[in-house]
Structure formats: C-alpha cells, structure tokens
Design a protein around this ligand. Structure first.
Ligand SMILES: Nc1ncnc2c1ncn2[C@@H]1O[C@H](COP(=O)(O)OP(=O)(O)O)[C@@H](O)[C@H]1O
Ligand SMILES: [Mg+2]
Length: 324
C-alpha cells in the first residue's frame, strides 16, 4: 500500500479491494525483470541480443478496418480540472447504463488507480509496455462492473524510453487498444496528462470522442487557443473525432463562476458545451476510493454526469451506425 493508503487505513478506511486473481498476477509480474527499453530476445530471453526485436514489436500492425471499441479521451491543457475524476464517474455511469467500459490511465502520474482504489504496486501499462505484456493481463476491477487499466509506477528512465517509443510510433496506443480484444460494443475511456505531450497525441490519434475538461476560471479560458491548435490536426481528419467541452466544478452560488460560464459560451459553440457542478461528495469519493456516483443521488452533479453519459452513448451508437 502507498503512504496515502496507510493514512486512510489509520482512519479505518479500506481503500483497496482485492478481487480474485490480483495477488496472483502481482506475484507473477513481480518475477519479471522490467525492461529498460533495450532489445529483448523473445526466444532465449536474453535481453541484450543485438538482433532481437524490441519488446514492443509483438504488437500487430494497426489495421483501422478491424472492429474496435469506441474510444473517449478526456484531455485538458490545465492540470487539476477533473479529468481523472470524470473518467472515473463516466466509466461507472456508462456501465450503469448497461455499457461495457474499460477506464485506461495514460497519465504517468498514475492517479486513476487511486480514484478506483487499485493498489499502486500492481503493474500497469507504463512498465509493462516496455516488455512483451498484453494489456489484457493488466485489467483490474473498477466500479459498477467496469474495468480499469492503471498506468502503474514507473521511474524516470523508463518513462523517457516509453515516451521515445510513443513519439516514434503514432499508432502505439491504437495497437495496444486493439490487442485488448474488445468489441465495437465496448467503450474505452482514456485519462491523459495535462498539456501538450506524447500521451495526449496518442490519445487524440485513437479517439472517437474527445472531451475537453475545463475549470470555470480565467486560466482555462486563457488556454482555449492552445487547445484549438492541439485539436486542429485531428478534427481536420476524414474520420474526425467528435468533441465536447465540459466546464467541471461549477459552483452555482459563485457569481464569478457564472460569469466565467458566460465567457466560455461566447468563445465556444454552446451546443458543444456541457456543465458538471461542483459536489463535495465527489472529492470525498476520491479520498476514500469509492464510486463517486454512489453518494450523488439526485444532485446536480449526478444529473450532469448522467447527461454526459447519455451523450457519449449516443455518440458511440452514431459511430456504430455510420460503420454499417
Ligand atoms: N465535480 C467536482 N466536484 C467536486 N470536486 C471535484 C469535481 N471534479 C473534480 N473534483 C476534485 O478536484 C480535484 C482534482 O481532480 P482530478 O480529477 O484529480 O483532476 P485532473 O485529473 O484533471 O488533474 C480532486 O480533488 C477531485 O476530487
Ligand atoms: Mg488526473
């Protein structure tokens, strides 16, 4: 357990569940020396053979015509706006609507695992992608029946190697998502780090729906031009992703917050603008790694998240119909 988990344990709050098989997988991965980006010989396991393929080369070439899950990417230029929180809430919400959801952490901060109460020592995509590991083996139990793929702990050198690889192979994420073996009826919701980085571009490259998360403040309003520039190449594609903007953590009692919403409405297409209200039970859910939707009954935030889920579901259905 992490030190934070220890602290919660002091308060008598259990923060990690251990569904069947988790410890067994941890034990299994614990015996594998994580790769540092050097070449790996799959036949004799010698890690330093000059002619051996890279660990990543087990991935099949990306075939865009193969049926694959709908992919939603939550992105922002500014940090702390609620990307991970909304990935968690939307995964639970969509799953409650009968969808089949995988929440995927593509942020080396490895914070999504805390939202879902997944032990930080469990392996995630960061280190596992440097060796020959299919992401299917990393799936953990989330809320309401959804699944979670954590990023996992990673050191700076491994992170640099991973990022170099991602910069070289734009379809890296698309390949890994397709290797998850999901169908077009499934939805993958991706959490990304704030700002302009390789993780964001990998997510935008594979996304069918982009959700730009904003705070009701001048900092986020001031970065909309940057976000436009980041999205432009992807929105200009033939099969462009749909895109929505969500102002998260709106306080209806704050005149300033409401003024900011008006300012966003002047700058953005109102039809593409959604609101999620601030609700203390959402931040409490993070503190105790519980499902944020469990304590949100009949609140504004609950209605907002439900509406967003409906919107994503409609988008997924429209995509499926267009593919017929
Ligand atoms: N709608 C909301 N109401 C109340 N608190 C929220 C809401 N959305 C996010 N938060 C809180 O804001 C903080 C930052 O959220 P987080 O999801 O970690 O941001 P990000 O992933 O964008 O860095 C967390 O403490 C989270 O609980
Ligand atoms: Mg986050």
């Amino acid at each position: 357990m992490s030190r934070t988990d220890d602290l919660f344990a002091l308060f008598g709050k259990g923060v990690s569940r251990d569904p069947e098989g988790r410890n067994a997988r941890l034990h299994f991965f614990g015996t594998i020396p994580f790769d540092d980006g050097t070449r790996v010989n799959k036949k004799d396991s010698s890690r330093f053979s000059a002619n051996a393929p890279y660990a990543h080369e087990h991935l099949q070439p990306f075939d865009a015509s193969v049926p694959r899950p709908a992919v939603v990417a939550l992105v922002s230029v500014n940090g702390g706006v609620g990307r991970s929180t909304l990935v968690t809430a939307l995964s639970s919400g969509l799953q409650r609507l009968g969808e089949s959801v995988v929440a995927l952490d593509l942020d080396p901060q490895n914070a999504l695992r805390q939202h879902f109460g997944v032990d930080h020592e469990l392996p995630g995509i960061g280190r596992s992608s440097l060796v020959n590991v299919n992401w299917q083996t990393l799936l953990q139990t989330g809320f309401a029946g959804c699944q979670v793929v954590p990023f996992g702990d990673i050191d700076m050198r491994q992170q640099e190697n991973l990022q170099r690889w991602m910069a070289r192979e734009p379809n890296w994420l698309a390949q890994h998502v397709s290797a998850l073996g999901l169908s077009e009826r499934d939805t993958v919701i991706i959490d990304t780090p704030a700002g302009n980085n390789v993780y964001l571009h990998q997510a935008l490259n594979v996304a069918d729906h982009v959700v730009v998360v904003l705070g009701p403040d001048a900092a986020c309003l001031g970065t909309l031009d940057q976000m436009d520039a980041l999205l432009a190449p992807y929105l200009g594609r033939e099969c462009a992703p749909r895109c929505h903007f969500v102002i998260n953590q709106l306080d209806e009692h704050s005149a300033f917050n409401l003024d900011m919403v008006d300012a966003f409405k002047q700058r953005l297409d109102e039809n593409l603008l959604e609101i999620v209200h601030r609700d203390p039970s959402i931040s409490e859910a993070l503190a105790f790694s519980t499902d944020p939707l469990d304590n949100l009954a009949r609140s504004s935030a609950s209605e907002d998240i439900h509406e967003l889920c409906q919107l994503l579901r409609a988008s997924r259905n429209a995509r499926a119909t267009a593919a017929l």
